[in-house]
Design a protein around this ligand. Structure first.
Ligand code: GLU
Length: 511
């Protein structure tokens, strides 16, 4: 891969846990950077001090790290464009706001909250669909375009609170060629005179975002579709600041939709349906509330990665299994879809199952061992055999523990439905004979040998396997369904298996 001047950034605001949609945005940026041999930046957009949440930045970094996204330049490994936290860049923005004012593209506005509300009420009463501070209404407000110059100077000198607003031209077509959506055209009359700098001297998102993308030499802005409406405003800013020729290219990613496709995926929907929307568990520092994380719910990072990559992108063929390296190889912005993507949690589980199966037995043994320890279970059974038996059946590592309970104690309850329909005198005869045959063996058989023995008993009694198999299973495990029964017998050991069969015969009534 040759190196290039491609520079992309992930620019989250540290306002809480990182939503899974944000992880996807970071991932697409990363894939593109790596594919092009460019650089991936992390910029923390923390200019809105009222929404700052302690711990959020750390959380974001941990999440990216877990999923395998590495950062080339960011707060922890600055390049030549630092600082990488916007709150630490405050003085830089002032200069550009001033330039916009000096060149007539922005202005001071002194309106109080009450005056702004009165304006909106007035417009609502006049049936204006979306009341805005814009090219028309600005003429009726208290700003440096309407107030006499002396008064403006006096107010500024006196330290009157003010904001700086963009002077959006009244009649202009603003165009941009989005790499995902194609040409987007917005008439400037639909854009309001956005605040660029607040009364506390902090820039708003729009100014800071454009200034930083320029100063950080960002070549491609890949972000969620919710920012598409802001893009024309950003285009205006690039133009006014004289940066049109180096303006980054935009790629707005399709929305993540609820599983039924009806609207945007929210934490509430996910909670209702019992799946997480955050990569890692998050404890809200203010309320102490805990939100579920994919990691803690048992999703493997490689499964989540593969799943996320396909939420809005596809490789153009039927292949679905991709490692990070393969994703980098296959990724292209052209193959990002325009329409929203349903968040199909069943697919995430499917990926998890796939990647769990690929794990070496020793890794899965470690999961199971930890769960057994946590629950105070000790056993002499070779856990690798349990893992090999259950591997194909589990979706999450924790399923190993829940699915193997029957190994660690004799059944105390038996599946009632199976007893009612399958615990026949014929079954009992076969099971008694099988127990006797097992007991007579010199050593525990392996799975195939146990099966051969069972077949022998069936032949002897002239009973078909299908008629007694479930009864045998319920006698050994208490359950109506489960993994390979003959392998279970082999793992339990002959004495334990015989003991269980005898127990079932003595406690269960033939129906
Ligand atoms: N800070 C914005 C966010 O939280 C960044 C949007 C952008 O990438 O321009 O999503």
């Amino acid at each position: 891969m040759s190196s290039s001047n491609v520079r992309v950034r992930f620019a989250p605001s540290p306002t809480g846990a990182l939503h899974i949609g944000g992880v996807r945005t970071a991932l697409y940026n990363y894939l593109y950077a790596r594919k092009m041999g460019g650089k991936m930046l992390l910029r923390i957009e923390d200019t809105d001090q009222t929404r700052f949440v302690p711990g959020a930045e750390e959380y974001i970094k941990k999440s990216l790290n877990w999923i395998g996204i590495t950062i080339d330049e960011g707060p922890d490994n600055p390049g030549d464009c630092g600082p990488y936290r916007q709150s630490e860049r405050k003085p830089m923005y002032r200069e550009y706001a001033q330039r916009l004012i000096d060149e007539g593209n922005a202005y001071y506005a002194f309106d109080t909250e009450d005056e702004l509300n009165a304006m909106r009420d007035r417009l609502k009463a006049a049936k204006v669909a979306s009341p805005q501070y814009n090219a028309i209404t600005r003429a009726t407000m208290k700003n440096s375009l309407t107030l006499p110059e002396d008064e403006v100077k006096a107010r500024l000198a006196a330290g009157d609170p003010y904001v700086i607003r963009l002077k959006v031209p009244r009649k202009e077509e603003v165009r941009l060629n989005d790499l995902v959506r194609g040409w987007v055209m917005v008439h400037s009359s639909a854009i309001d005179d956005k605040v660029l700098m607040k009364s506390d001297g902090m820039p708003t998102y729009h100014l800071a975002n454009v200034v930083d993308d320029h100063l950080m030499r960002i070549t491609h802005v890949i972000r969620g579709e919710e920012w598409l409406p802001s893009a024309p405003l950003h285009v205006l800013l690039y133009k006014f600041l004289g940066w049109e020729s180096t303006m980054p290219q935009f790629a707005h990613l399709p929305l993540l939709l609820k599983p039924d496709g009806e609207g945007k995926l929210s934490k509430r929907d996910a909670d209702l349906q019992g799946f997480p929307v955050f990569p890692l568990e998050w404890k809200d520092p203010a309320s102490g509330d805990i939100s579920k994380g994919f990691r803690e719910e048992g999703y493997l990072s490689e499964a989540l990665l593969n799943f996320l990559a396909f939420l809005g992108w596809n490789p153009g063929n039927n292949e679905e299994i991709f490692s990070m390296d393969q994703l980098i190889e296959a990724f292209s912005i052209e193959r990002i879809g325009k329409s929203g993507t349903k968040f199909d949690i069943a697919k995430a589980k499917w990926y998890n199952q796939h990647y769990l199966r690929l794990k070496p037995t020793s890794d899965l043994v470690a999961y199971l061992e930890a769960d057994l320890k946590k629950n105070g279970v000790t056993t002499k059974i070779d856990l690798a055999r349990i893992v090999d038996l259950l591997k194909e059946r589990i979706v999450f590592p924790a399923d190993l523990y829940t699915e193997c309970q029957f190994f660690f104690g004799r059944p105390t309850v038996y599946d009632q439905k199976v007893i009612e329909t399958k615990w026949t005198s014929e079954a009992v005869t076969v099971i008694e004979a099988f127990a006797a045959a097992l007991a007579a063996l010199p050593a525990t058989p392996d799975g195939p040998a146990a099966k051969a023995l069972f077949q022998q008993v069936l032949d002897d009694k002239q009973v078909k396997m299908g008629k007694v198999m479930q009864a045998l299973r319920v006698a050994l495990t208490g359950n109506g369904a489960g993994p390979d029964l003959m392998e279970i017998i082999s793992i339990l050991g002959k004495d334990e298996a015989v003991g269980r069969l005898q127990q079932a015969v003595s406690v269960l009534q033939v129906s």
